[in-house]
Every structure is written in C-alpha cells, then in structure tokens.
Design a protein around this ligand. Structure first.
Ligand code: SF4
Ligand code: FES
Length: 255
C-alpha cells in the first residue's frame, strides 16, 4: 500500500472558514470641554464580529484608532455598573449589548446617559447620583445591644426585597427618567430601589427614617409611573413596582 506523502496530507486540509467580521459604524457623541463647548457626532467604521459586544467595539476604537475616546468600564461582565450609556437611543450596558442585537447594518449611535453633566465623551458626573443613594442610608440600621448570634430571617421575609438586592448602581434607570431630566433634585429610581431594599428588610429598624426622607418634595411622589426605569434596568429589576411599594408603605406605614 502506498504511503501518503506530506503534500497529500496538506492538500487534505479543509478550506478556511469565512471571516466572521463585518464593518460596523459606531457614531459616537464626542465632547471635550478643553477643545470645544459643543458636543459633536463622530463616525468610526470598525471591523468586528457581530457576536462581540459594544464594549469590544469601543475598546477597538480606543486602542487602535483614537486613544482620546473616553468611557468608563471595569468588570466587562455586567457586574460593576460603570458602562451604562445610550446605545441607539436606549440606556444599556455596553458590556451586555451584542452588536448583532442592535442592527449593525445602520450606524450604531452611542452617547452619554442623560440628566447628569457630561464630563468628557461618554463619562458623566455621577456625584449627584451617588449622593441621592447615600441620602437614603443604604445600610442596615438597628437599635439596642448587639445580638449574640446572627439575625434570623424567614425565606418569605427575604423574598420581599429580593428583587431590589440585584441593583448594580449603573444609573440606567435614573438617567432614563423624564422627571430626573427636568429636575436633577429628584432622588430618582435607583435611590428609591436601594431604600426599598432596606425598608422591606425585616432585620432593619430604619424604615421610618428612610420613608420620611422619601416623603420629601424631591422624593417618591415625583414619580409619574412612566416605566422608563423598569425598561432600562439591565438587571431586570421591577423598578416601578418597587417605587409603588414604597409609596404604599408611606401611606399605610406598613412594611
Ligand atoms: S435599578 Fe437597575 S437600572 Fe437602576 S441603578 Fe439599579 S441596576 Fe441600574
Ligand atoms: S463594565 Fe462592569 S457592568 Fe459593564
């Protein structure tokens, strides 16, 4: 029997697979106060696999085309909440948005989230957002002596605030809220979600205090139930429902 030659073995290689890459245009709203007081759109055509994420495209631009492009990101896996931005007019996390899911045949618009001051490109000043979060005291408050063992809680009691424990403080909800756009003094959905997380925790004793804080003119009553916040939340939290529950607790004082 004839021994196969090296040439024949090489001939038997399969034809190379077609490239998965396509050309996509990222249309990014650029702003640099050191250069101009006006923001402007800039197009970046990139070669990218549509199964990659918007964050991968932004990295490509930053690392290969324009190092001045400025945006926040950290974990790249939907946990840290730092890369919320408006993608095709909707608040999303860049690291959780696949190119193929947002019609790559048209330019993909990317801009900073609304309602917070833009510092540069896609980076906004998050201080007012985190101040509202701090104002609702997002920590367990208890009175009396420290217990000698852990504070027990039933599965049913834990369930009451399970949804609102999932918040990653990305600000997608607050910056999609028309009330917040018009008046940045409003606490905003994210702060109320985080107040909810403690108000309905059976181990907490600061519920009354938090409710009084949210009873303020800039508090929970400003919500107009537009559901923008629920639609925007990348964690699937029922934000509007949580706000309604806090409103109800304020009226009934039962929580
Ligand atoms: S509630 Fe959702 S959208 Fe709002 S800050 Fe938390 S994770 Fe982000
Ligand atoms: S980079 Fe952390 S949530 Fe997207």
């Amino acid at each position: 029997m004839a021994t196969p030659t090296l040439d024949k073995v090489e001939d038997a290689k399969p034809a190379s697979a077609p490239s998965p890459y396509i050309t996509v245009t990222f249309r990014i709203r650029r702003y640099n106060p050191e250069i101009s007081s006006e923001a402007e759109w800039q197009d970046f055509p990139i070669e990218i696999d549509p199964k990659e994420r918007v964050l991968d495209g932004l990295h490509k631009i930053k690392w290969e085309t324009d190092g001045t492009l400025t945006f926040r990101r950290s974990c790249a896996h939907g946990i840290c909440g730092s890369d919320a931005m408006r993608i095709n007019g909707k608040n999303r996390l860049a690291c959780k948005t696949l190119i193929k899911d947002i019609n790559p045949e048209k330019p993909i618009t990317i801009e900073a989230i609304k309602g917070l001051t833009v510092l540069k490109d896609l980076v906004v000043d998050m201080d007012p957002f985190f101040q509202a979060y701090r104002d609702v005291m997002p920590f367990l408050i208890t009175k009396g002596n420290e217990p000698t063992r852990e504070r027990l809680q039933s599965a049913e009691d834990r369930e009451r605030f399970d949804d609102t424990t999932k918040c990653i403080l990305c600000a997608a909800c607050t910056s999609s809220c028309p009330v917040f756009w018009n008046d940045g003094q409003y606490f905003g959905p994210a702060a109320i979600v985080n107040a909810h997380r403690f108000i309905f925790d059976s181990r907490d004793e600061g519920g009354e205090q938090r409710l009084e804080i949210l009873n303020d003119k800039d508090g929970v009553w400003r919500c107009r139930t537009t559901f923008n916040c629920t639609d925007a939340c990348p964690r699937g939290i029922e934000v509007t429902k949580a706000i309604q529950e806090v409103k109800r607790a304020l009226i009934t004082r039962r929580f």
